[in-house]
Design a protein around this ligand. Sequence first.
Ligand code: 26W
Length: 812
Amino acid sequence: MPKPDAETIRKSIVYKLIFILGIDPKDATEHQWLNAAMLAARDLIAEDFLKTRRAHIDNGKRMVYYLSMEFLLGRAFVNALINEGVYAEFEEAFKQLGKEFSDICEEEQDPGLGNGGLGRLAACFLDSLATLRIPAMGYGIRYQYGMFKQEIVDGQQVEKPDLWLDQDLAWQFARPNKQYSIKFGGNVQNDNGKKAWHPNEEVSAWAYDEIIPGYGGSVANPLRLWTAHAGNLFDLDDFNKGDYHSAVRAQNSDENITRVLYPNDSTDSGKELRLKQEYFLVSASVQDIVARHKCRFPDIRTLADEAAIHLNDTHPVLAIPELMRILIDEEGIEWTEAWNMCCKIFSYTNHTLMSEALETWPVDLMNRLLPRHLDIIYEINAYFLNALRAGGNFDDDFISRVSIIDESHGRRIRMGWLAVIGSHKINGVAKIHSDLMVNTIFADFAKIFPERFTNVTNGVTPRRWINIANPELTAFLDKHLGEQDWRLHLDNLTKLNKSAADAKVQAKFSAVKKAAKARLAKYIETELGITVNTDALFDVQIKRIHEYKRQALNVMHIIDRYNKILENPDADWQPRVFIFAGKAASAYYMAKKIIRLINDVARTINNDTRIRDLIKVVYIPNYSVSLAQIIIPAADLHEQISLAGTEASGTSNMKFALNGAICIGTLDGANVEILEKVGADHCYIFGNTVEQVEEIRRKGYDPLGYIERDHDLRRVVNQISQGTFSPEEPARYNDVLQPYGDFYQLMADFRSYIDTQAKVDAHYADQAAWRKSALINIANMGFFSSDRSIAEYCRNIWYIEPLSEQELPASR
Ligand code: 26W
């Protein structure tokens, strides 16, 4: 179909409104107009999707399947319009309808399908996969209530259900013909020498497809999301007896599986639900992958030639024993052949060195829920350990360290180990992280399988993080970068290097930044009633709240600055607006306390008239992709201040730099590579290095020593722990800095952080110099396109080729 014009689109929208949604245009709300417009937009991508699928089948393309518990997609509508090249036409259509287009777009809610960087990375990757014409499919869960909606009440996080599915839209395609039965429990019996699983619980997985359009049109790939259905568990007898509660009890309990992302696992039933959820995702997905293969090819034995399955962190690792189960128990393939196939098919990305994310499951729980899988895991372990023993190079101590079964505190299954043993490639997400992975958590495995370990530095999609998020910067780049589209060739940004010092270019960029700051200021004013000065330096830290990310260190700087302004009010202070956003996991006590501290400090300082708006502290509730799209373009400075060695990569650092913000950060994660690209004059690095952090730990870290030696630090620590910011409850924060433990070494990095912040002020005072640095940041971000990351995965890990122009001609 040729690209439709505004008139055609207007007719299509009105048609959808009347004939699909059954609404009189005269009565339609903005939200209903959005739904109609989304249906009209979906027609365009649906056509691409069907053609893409046909091209995969006709050309026998090898496919990659990306399994992830999270996909933080953000809004779909504007993204689809930009990728399909019809944004202007839709805007014009709404003009003809007499509607404000931006109001319509604002009606869309973010899907609640993710939590952190891992989920957003998966979403950037889907965009790049489709854009690069890679035969690919994502698999995830369609959580009914997402993670949670965060409200800040009296300075504290309150979790409310995120009712994102309640919006009455039909964006996803329901696939009632794609249902798989997911089984749990029961036992394993020996039937004629063959192991047979006799489960005693069953729930149905139903598919919904979200279509992911690539930039430039023509290719669209599916993201298949599963939802749990209890099927025939409705008890008509109970119902007819009037016991309505019992009638649906079993149904409810099974459908809980896809209720929320990361159910609180601090209780036993929470843990069980988590494990069920993980198995539910992988079982439905692996069954689907096998079914798809059988539709296209005659022999299941060729699966490893036709399919790559990628495990996004350890959460979907049960896919390995699940595929083994299907190959052996259902397809009759002999054990060794099945195992060789698995090791070719799977690859795994590690996203964090934090021990909490390297999941382990109690053997008892696995035995109760998935006894056949436990068997298979034992067999995999025996096969692996026997081969090691046969090689004769490893002692018993080593063997017990690499065993999938951890015998040290109750018997537990180490899912990270299973991932490494069953994958042909294992990658970290930034150079420093991949090195640490090989030298720390997976050091033993790197001795056994050195060829398996590799790095793919993360990236972000410029389509969302510039084109959608920052229309002013988009126009600026379109004007300055010439013909070849930077959206597809982000390296083109390097052209900006030569004009970074040009006063005219700087002035234009300054207007770009100012517009974004004004937009954010308006949001803050409307949502929180706080007025901020757009000439102030916008200093931003937005990410999950976690001790390792050290939001508390940021707060310590704010308090120190507050103290110094009060001490020396007439000095030439650079006004700053400190902006925070992020959610704390619902069971994470200390992270929630940090949120409260930020809000208490904000309340105290924002209301202190002596500060004369030289400091404003703003906590923006309910962090989301859409909020990030407003905040990131407006930042002058971004805080990437994790303790060195703890942040695997970070991806907001890339988004900020791409939007012309300057980094203040430690030598951690992707900061290291950003520094390499932009140079030390345009990136503020402070604090101890990984080696120094380790040395401090080795020698015995003494946080009190730092506190005693540094007057400013002592004052800040005392104020926090003695209740300056919580006079109504002075002891509220006496545990928050852990002065006797300080595991994340805030005290050790405080001085260097404060001194570096002073350098930032001086730099910002010279606006021309600052703009130049900002432009140099943008110019050197080409490497951090997720297109580059995906090209590396395809080449080095998945061995996947894109659809050629012959296989699928460009449609528009
Ligand atoms: C409870 C299990 C668990 C633990 C941690 C689930 C999920 C998580 C995180 C949310 C995982 C995550 O988002 N990791 C981030 O992944 C990004 C993409 O690679 C990296 O840039 C971040 O550094 C890393 O923290």
